[in-house]
Every structure is written in C-alpha cells, then in structure tokens.
Ligand binder design. Structure first.
Ligand code: NDP
Length: 492
C-alpha cells in the first residue's frame, strides 16, 4: 500500500527542553527540518546557541544533587516509567523517526523504539544491582572499599542515523547511574529527542534531570556543551573528524570522553560458509537503514572459490529489496537523510567507477513519480575492488557495498585490518577454528560470527583506531558515568 503518512498538516513546533519546560531559543532563532521522503518541511525547530546550551547545563547542574542522591531503586522506578511511556507512544514515535530520517517504518516500529525502551529497562535494573569492590586487610588492621559517585552533568551528542536508539544508549545509563544530562540530537533528526523529553516529564522525572538543546554542532549549541566547565563528561557518537574537534574543545576543561565514531567494516566470507546465510547477512550488514550504519559491513571480502557465486547471489537477492517511501509496506530501503548526503554518496559511486570498480547492480537515483521529490538511491554493489581504492577506505555511509576476493585466511586478515577504522568485523564460516582465529585477529571493537548487529548491552561496545575512544555498555557505562573512590579505613 502506498501511503502519504509522512505528510503533516502543519509543521511540528520543536523547542528545547530545559529545566522541565519546553522553551524557545533565547534569540528566538529556528530552522526548518525537512523529511527526506519528499523534502517538505515537517518541523520548525529551535536553533540553540551557546547561551541556550549554557542554561541547559545550569538546569542539569541544579538538578544534580537531588537526582544523584536518590536511591537507585527510586531512579529505577522512574526509568521504567520512561520505558513504559515510550512503549505506550510507540506508533507516534516510530512514525516521527521515519519521517525525520527516512528509515523504513517497520524498522522504527519493531527495532528502534522497542530497543530505546529496553535501553531504559536494562540500565535501570543494572544500576540497581551494580556492585562495588571491597578488600579486607589491604594492609594489616585495615579495610578498603570502593565508592562510585555519579560524575555530574553529562552531555550526550548524537547522530541522525538511529536518532532515538543511539541517544538512549547514552541517556539511559547516564541517568541510571545518577548523572543529569543535556542531550544535543543531530539537526537532521530533532523530533524524537523532544518526544523523549515529554515521556521523561510524564514519567515523573524531576525538572532539570534530562534536558534537550536542539540545533547545530560547530560554533553552536553542540560545541558549547563540549566547552562548558560544568559538563563533566561528553558521550558522543558521530564522525571521526567531529570526535577530533570535540576532543580539542574538551581539552580545556579536561572532560571525560567516550566516542563512538565512523567505520569501514569488513565482512569476511570463507569458502566453507553457509552461503545463503552469508549472502543474506552481508546484504543486511551493508544495506540496513539505507547503509547509514556506522557498523555497516561495507568491505565484503570473499574467498576466491565462492567469489563469483557469492556476487551472483547477492545481486539476485538485492534485486528483490524494495526501495521507496519508508511508510509503505514491504519497503526495505528508504531515502537518504538529506539531499546533501545523497550527493555525497552519488559522488562516491562516480569515484568507484573512475577507480575501476565493476558495478554489479544499482547506483542510480530513483526518480519515478513521487520518488523524484525525495533522496532515493538504488542500493549498489561494486565488485573487483581493493583496499587501495578510496571507496574501500573512506566511510560512504550510504547503500554502497564493495566486494573483493581473497585466497588464504592470512590474506583476509591483512585485508580486513588494512583500514584506518576498527569498529566491527563480520565472519561467515562453518569452521570453528577459522571462526576463533578471525575473531581474535580482526582488530575491531566488535566481531560477529555468522550474525550481524546483535548488541548485548552487557558486552563492551566501541571501536579500535579511528572508530572510537572508550567503551559503553553494562559495566563500561558504569565506569564512564561514575567516579570511583578508594576508601581505606584503619580498624583498631
Ligand atoms: P556528525 O559527527 O556530523 O554529527 C554528530 C553529532 O555531533 C550531531 O549532533 C552534530 O550536530 C554534532 N556536532 C557536529 N560538530 C560538532 C562539534 N564541533 N561540537 C559538538 N557537536 C558537534 O555525524 P553524523 O550526524 O553525520 O552521523 C554520521 C556519523 O556517525 C558517521 O560517521 C557514523 O559512522 C557515525 N556513527 C557512529 C556510530 C558508532 O557507534 N560508532 C553509530 C552511528 C553513527 P549537527 O550535525 O546537528 O551540526
């Protein structure tokens, strides 16, 4: 069914959420937010300046004592109420996620929003149960133990590709471990952070505990958060270049930093793999969410005996993927987030051809009917590529796969690791020894064997090399959002 559900009667008014109230920018500035489905205006958004960021930080600082001294059990109750609120408003929030950034509604509904709610439940429970170390007699006649104290105000700066889900990976643990938060969502996808603020308010969260400043990063609200001396920690997900800028800006006040950055992940397909599973997994790994996934397995490295067969099967299967309005049933690839981003991805497709890659499928803009209004691109596969090509080294962040052959497992390891990034690796094999060997040898923060994108919140999440700094998840988030204190007591 073709739908016009993305259309709005009137653009939504999206304001900052500061100290428990929705407010305009101090200078009254706003910007228009477009839906990538047809590039119409769907929201008028407050454009935050440094002054707006500063007042959000002041509100978070003011709420810190109350929130941080509340028992984990009391915080847990509120955070579960947030999860309940997200679930109760699932359809509305999912529709806005899709309208804002173009991902298929089926994904927003079954993955992004449920997962955002789960993030709150998981960290609410985890923080309530988290333990501390104690050591008897670190020295004769003494007893030592560790205390954990919430670090203070945390700034959570997030990208547009999984706007709510990624934001809640940051906000839920920060709140659960007793920090107060100022969130700055990406300017392309402002709405669901604002809806989350409504949900937090309705869940009974005290004013000032969770704040949202809308707007841009450089020379604006985002950067101001990274410079504000009252922000103790910055958790950031976005491009590696932005991470470097934030590290520089935060150096002046020596903030604690956690960065989830870009990627160019290898998917290694061995000749002994279950080829059907590997083909489907590799396609999902690179084309899920229009390829706008930091973890995307964009470098598909296939052992030579099955290389031709694998490429042929990928093309056959991909031809069945429906591209179109993400509100329509059965659509698996929606529009790219913005016209500017579409142009960037098209530029890489042109570059791949100049570099001598062989285009197997896709690569053109879709312009049939209403699609001409939006930012639609056919998912694209290039074969016969190699790591010397820019398209195999740089993050394209769109639906473009590069496939390259390998002979020996050692070659696959060298090729997989020949990248400035180190976020994720995927391995497809039925041989247990090969699986273990590749899992140990691939230098990335995540390795998935015969699966993709399975995120267990107890495990560390982050990247090697230019893909990140630090880890988040269970105890890793506990470590990040708290200060540890050693207490040693003399016993007489
Ligand atoms: P950006 O780095 O452009 O932006 C991310 C966020 O940072 C936005 O809210 C942005 O604001 C803000 N920002 C930009 N510059 C600054 C600054 N100087 N100071 C403070 N804040 C700033 O990333 P994208 O939004 O384009 O997202 C795509 C990128 O995110 C890709 O590289 C992708 O790989 C990465 N990513 C990494 C993940 C991981 O877990 N490793 C997961 C998902 C995405 P605004 O854009 O509004 O100006």
């Amino acid at each position: 069914m073709v739908t016009d559900a993305h259309k709005v009667a009137q653009p939504l008014e999206v304001r900052h959420f500061i100290g428990g109230e929705f407010v305009d920018s101090l200078d009254g500035k706003t910007f228009d937010s477009l839906t990538p489905i047809d590039n119409s205006v769907v929201a008028h958004v407050a454009e935050g300046s440094a002054a707006d960021a500063d007042r959000a930080v002041a509100a978070a600082k003011g709420a810190f004592d109350r929130w941080s001294t509340m028992s984990p059990a009391a915080r847990k109750k509120i955070l579960h109420a947030v999860a309940d609120g997200l679930e109760a408003r699932l359809e509305e929030i999912a529709a806005w996620e899709t309208r804002d950034m173009g991902k298929p509604l089926a994904d927003s509904r079954t993955k992004d929003v449920p997962r955002a709610a789960y993030n709150f439940r998981f960290f609410a429970d985890y923080a309530d149960l988290a333990g501390l170390h104690a050591y008897d007699k670190p020295w004769e006649g003494s007893f030592g133990y560790e205390l954990r104290e919430p670090i203070g105000v945390a700034a959570a700066i997030s990208p547009w590709n999984f706007p709510l889900m990624l934001l809640t990976w940051k906000v839920a643990p920060a709140l659960a471990f007793g920090c107060t938060v100022v969130a700055k969502p990406a300017e392309q996808s402002p709405v669901t952070a604002s809806l989350l603020a409504e949900v937090c308010r309705d869940a009974g969260m005290p004013d000032g505990v969770f704040n949202v400043v809308q707007g841009f990063g450089p020379d604006a609200a985002g950067e101001a958060l990274t410079r504000n001396p009252d922000v103790a920690a910055v958790t950031f997900t976005g491009e590696s270049a932005t991470g470097k800028a934030i590290m520089g800006a935060a150096a002046g006040t020596l903030k604690k930093l956690s960065f989830e950055l870009g990627g160019k992940s290898p998917a290694v397909v061995c000749a002994d793999a279950d080829l059907d599973a590997a083909v489907d997994g590799a396609l999902l790994g690179v084309f899920l969410n229009q390829g706008e996934v930091c973890l995307a397995g964009t470098r598909i490295i296939v052992q030579r005996p099955v290389y031709d067969e694998f490429c042929a099967r990928m093309v056959d299967r991909l031809a069945q993927w429906k591209v179109g309005n993400p509100f329509d049933d059965g659509v698996r690839v929606g529009p790219l987030v913005s016209q500017e981003h579409l142009d960037k991805v098209l530029g890489y497709i042109e570059l791949a051809e100049e570099e001598g890659a062989k285009r197997l499928i896709g690569g053109s803009r879709l312009t049939d009917g209403d699609l001409a209004l939006g930012n639609y691109l056919e998912p694209t596969i290039f074969a016969d590529t190699h790591n010397g090509m820019r398209v195999c080294r740089e993050e394209i962040f769109g639906p473009v796969a590069t496939v390259m052959p390998f002979d020996e497992i050692d070659d696959a390891i060298t090729m997989a690791n020949d990248s400035p990034y180190g976020l994720a690796g995927m391995v497809w094999t039925q041989n247990l020894n090969t699986a273990h060997r590749l899992a140990r040898s691939i230098k990335t923060g995540n390795v998935w064997v015969n699966c993709f994108f399975v995120r267990d919140l107890r495990l560390p999440f982050g990247g090697y090399k230019e893909s990140g700094v630090g880890r988040e998840g269970g105890e890793y988030s506990y470590e990040f959002f708290t200060e540890s204190k050693a207490v040693v007591m003399k016993l007489s």
